[in-house]
Design a protein. Structure first.
Length: 249
């Protein structure tokens, strides 16, 4: 009788395992993990839902500053695809052997975000350098920080920020909460918030961040990773990106 029960258990386990890629695979193992720049959060969450509906593949996102994501991957954090907010950061990932050949899927530029009503009367980049004005920017190591340095150099503005943040969404939060008078963020982040106003400046058009996406070394043998990259480049995802303020590749 015990032998019969044992055989029945083995058969049941075998049948259960047949529904998975391998007997030891968990639900987490079958989930596609995408590391993406913080500025992509709103768009990619919508794109991720569309991708899941179309392919049946679950997607899990890790949003943070692009340079921080590269450091996470260098330390062994698993990612199947990586979307960066600029090309220099993606180049770092390529040189570290973390990703395959990237493709550009969107563009973005900076704007000045101010709290509703613009209490500090910020009108341009020069206004940010006025005495007493508190400004939040991205840290130099992240793409939005690099873009900030470029626009300030073009305008000939020397700025001492009140805070340097590790990702653009953290800069936006400082502005939304009124902790600072202004912050340099991407136009997509400012337009997604109902708590800030945008102050455009001409130098922004001269510093355009091109967003690349690539399959990672972990994802290169994963069909889902290739499909996700292709999906992001296709019309349906491009419409989502453009509706959120991103420019075309």
């Amino acid at each position: 009788m015990k032998v019969m029960k044992t055989l029945a258990t083995v058969v049941a386990l075998t049948l259960a395992c047949s529904a998975l890629t391998s007997c030891g695979e968990s639900e987490a193992d079958s989930t596609l993990t995408v590391f993406a720049a913080a500025s992509l959060k709103k768009s990619f969450e919508e794109i991720g839902k569309q991708f899941e509906e179309e392919t049946g593949t679950a997607v899990s996102f890790n949003f943070a500053g692009s340079s921080g994501l590269v450091e996470q991957m260098k330390s062994g954090a698993p990612a199947h695809a990586f979307a960066s907010a600029d090309e220099p950061t993606m180049k770092t990932a390529i040189e570290a052997g973390l990703v395959q050949e990237p493709q550009i899927f969107a563009t973005n530029t900076l704007t000045i975000a101010v709290p509703e009503g613009n209490p500090a009367n910020i009108t341009d980049l020069e206004s940010l350098a006025k005495p007493g004005v508190k400004v939040a920017v991205c840290a130099p190591a992240v793409p939005c920080g690099n873009a900030t340095k470029q626009v300030l150099d073009l305008a000939g503005v020397s700025l001492t920020p009140a805070t340097e943040e590790p990702k653009v969404t953290a800069v936006l939060t400082k502005v939304e909460s009124g902790q600072v008078d202004a912050g340099l963020v991407y136009v997509t982040d400012a337009s997604a918030s109902d708590k800030v106003e945008s102050v455009d400046f001409p130098q922004a058009a001269e510093v355009v961040n091109r967003y690349p996406i690539a399959v990672t070394s972990k994802g290169e043998k994963d069909e889902g990773a290739e499909k996700f990259v292709e999906f992001v480049l296709a019309e349906r995802a491009q419409q989502v990106l453009q509706s959120n303020g991103f420019g075309t590749p």
